[in-house]
Design a protein around this ligand. Structure first.
Ligand code: GAP
Length: 537
């Protein structure tokens, strides 16, 4: 599937639009249209239902070390700045970036890809910022332009086999790099650190005293409320706290549609357990989360679970596995992260409890111990846990399945996109685009179509629509030939079409058509709500 086709469908049918499009858009920000908002909401609802609300604490789930409890939270986006100091984001949450001295553009050091191209004695590293399918054409186009050659001279170029990211190019070779948006060599600066948190100022204090940050992850809201949750509910370890909400990261090079955005939504669980049991829970959550994506229709062949190498681990993690998906915009054989499952140990609770913030000091001021190490300034509150049955006191370990709602939405859209040929009413083969979205997440569950706009058919169709509308997002359509109406629904992933036809007038039955198998069967009008309920659950 070509990514451009999906992007164009998303805009044409109202799944996604570029933010502030009439002003030329804002890079890294996306709006969800009338269908997109339903799709993403269904994904978040499915996650909340399956992971949190619908979790049965009385039954031990398959593969789980024991039963456990789940509760939810909804925390603020702006929190006390010290939260980010203790979480490590203030000091460590940065990427390396390079600036182009000519184009004035900024790029993430580890994301600019390219390959070495030689002409005679001269060898240059040609960078590209394009989709996987067009990479070779783009390298060639740029190299020809740089060497002042025509298309027919392409045989003068020789290429290194593999693509590299800029961080893999030796510093001494950087003068030979052709940066993405210019036609001269060596215009990129040396890499520099860039903190990804968006800064803002709270209240009337305009100086650094009022400085605060938009949260770069929802997780910290859960850690700082750990004691509140334990004290206000009857949860006992092991238990999990779930949260869905916006996060913000000032990504240097947002790209690949919504995959890397600057404003996005996360669906995170912080699962608190006894340190002795944490390896088993880590195992459980990796499998459980993988199963969730499969259950909603992602293809197992395009999904994988990848354990991080030691150097890849975040500052807090003592083990992380990513669930990755072979997104179609990535080069063949490459995968993109959908979700990370991290074993965070006791890093966060310990960090938020250690030390005591001096109220006379500015919150983010860096303090050092006598031997020059940064001094932790947590809340000073005891965030340990006492097991009332064993009397054991410990700082719980945390397993964190952290998913992106926008990345999940993008993966489900990529997976769903299909083109096929189907016969129309006259038996002629017609091409159709069909979004094979799982019925549970499809934006519209059923379309109700009177075969013709007369003989009382619209009235009966509206009666069915009204009954279904009370429980499901359904759509009524009486315009154009029925085949055309089916295709319009296939293209947005509506799993079922209910058609009122001549037979309905005699026996009050209607046909239901399945989007994927194209099978049709008849049911009584009175059974429509029950039938759709069982099909989409
Ligand atoms: N609390 C841990 C944490 O935030 P992460 O791997 O940085 O871990 C978790 O992020 C998930 O959030 C990712 O797997 C991805 O799905 C999503 N995510 C992260 N950055 C994103 C971005 N810039 N745009 C869209 N989704 C993003």
């Amino acid at each position: 599937m070509q990514m451009e086709k999906l992007v164009s469908l998303c805009k044409r049918r109202g799944f996604m639009f570029q933010s502030s499009e009439i002003y030329g858009g804002l890079n890294g920000f996306w709006d969800y249209g009338p269908l997109g908002v339903e799709l993403k909401r269904n994904i978040k609802d499915a996650w909340w239902r399956d992971m949190c609300q619908g979790h049965n604490e009385l039954v031990q789930p398959e593969g789980a070390p024991s039963t456990y409890e789940m509760v939810g939270l909804d925390c603020t986006i702006i929190m006390h700045p010290q939260v980010w100091k203790c979480s490590g984001h203030y000091d460590l949450f940065h990427d390396f970036m390079v600036d182009c001295k000519v184009s004035k553009k900024r790029y993430r050091f580890d994301q600019v890809r390219g390959k070495w191209v030689a002409r005679g004695e001269q060898k240059i590293f040609v960078t590209i910022m394009t989709d996987a399918e067009l990479e070779h054409e783009e390298v060639t186009r740029r190299a020809l332009k740089f060497f002042n050659l025509r298309n027919k001279d392409v045989a003068q170029l020789t290429y290194d086999e593999s693509y590299l990211t800029l961080d893999k190019v030796a510093a001494s070779d950087r003068p030979s790099v052709l940066a993405p948006d210019v036609n001269e060599l060596g215009t990129l600066t040396d890499p520099r650190e860039f903190n990804l948190m968006f800064k803002t100022y709270v209240g009337a204090l305009s100086g650094e005293e009022g400085a605060a940050f938009l949260r770069p992850e929802t997780a910290q809201g859960i850690f700082v409320n750990f004691k509140n949750v334990v004290d206000s509910t009857r949860v006992r370890i092991p238990f999990g706290v779930a949260q869905v909400g916006k996060s913000f990261r000032n990504e240097i090079t947002p790209r690949n549609f919504t995959f890397r955005s600057r404003e996005f939504e996360q669906m995170e669980i912080e699962f608190f357990c006894n340190p002795n049991e944490s390896p088993k829970w880590y195992e459980y959550w990796r499998n459980r989360r993988m199963q969730w994506y499969l259950s909603l229709g992602l293809d197992g062949e395009r999904l994988r679970l990848r354990e991080h190498d030691q150097e890849e681990l975040s500052h807090y993690s003592c083990g992380t596995a990513d669930i990755e998906y072979a997104f179609p915009f990535l080069p063949e054989g490459e995968y993109g992260e959908l979700e990370g499952i991290a074993h965070r140990g006791d890093f966060d609770l310990r960090s938020h409890s250690e030390g005591k913030l001096d109220p006379k000091k500015r919150p983010l001021e860096l303090e050092r111990t006598e031997d020059g190490q940064p001094r932790h300034r947590g809340s000073g509150k005891d965030l340990s846990y006492r097991d009332d049955l064993t009397n054991e006191r410990f700082i719980p370990h945390v397993i964190e399945p952290s998913a992106g709602a926008d990345r999940a939405t993008l993966a489900f859209l990529c997976q769903a996109y299909h083109e096929d040929l189907q016969p129309d009413e006259d038996g002629k083969m017609q091409s159709r685009i069909v979004m094979r979205l799982h019925p549970r997440i499809a934006p519209i569950k059923a379309a109700i179509l009177p075969l013709v706009k007369k003989d009382g058919m619209p009235e009966i169709a509206k009666e069915i629509y009204t009954a279904l509308k009370q429980r499901f997002n359904v759509f009524y359509d009486e315009k154009a030939a029925v085949g055309r109406r089916y295709r319009r629904q296939d293209e947005i992933g509506t799993p079922y079409c209910i058609t009122v036809d001549t037979q309905t007038l005699q026996d009050r039955t209607v046909t239901i058509r399945d989007r994927d198998t194209l099978k049709q069967w008849r049911i009584k009008i009175e059974d429509c709500v029950r039938e759709i309920a069982s099909l989409v659950s």
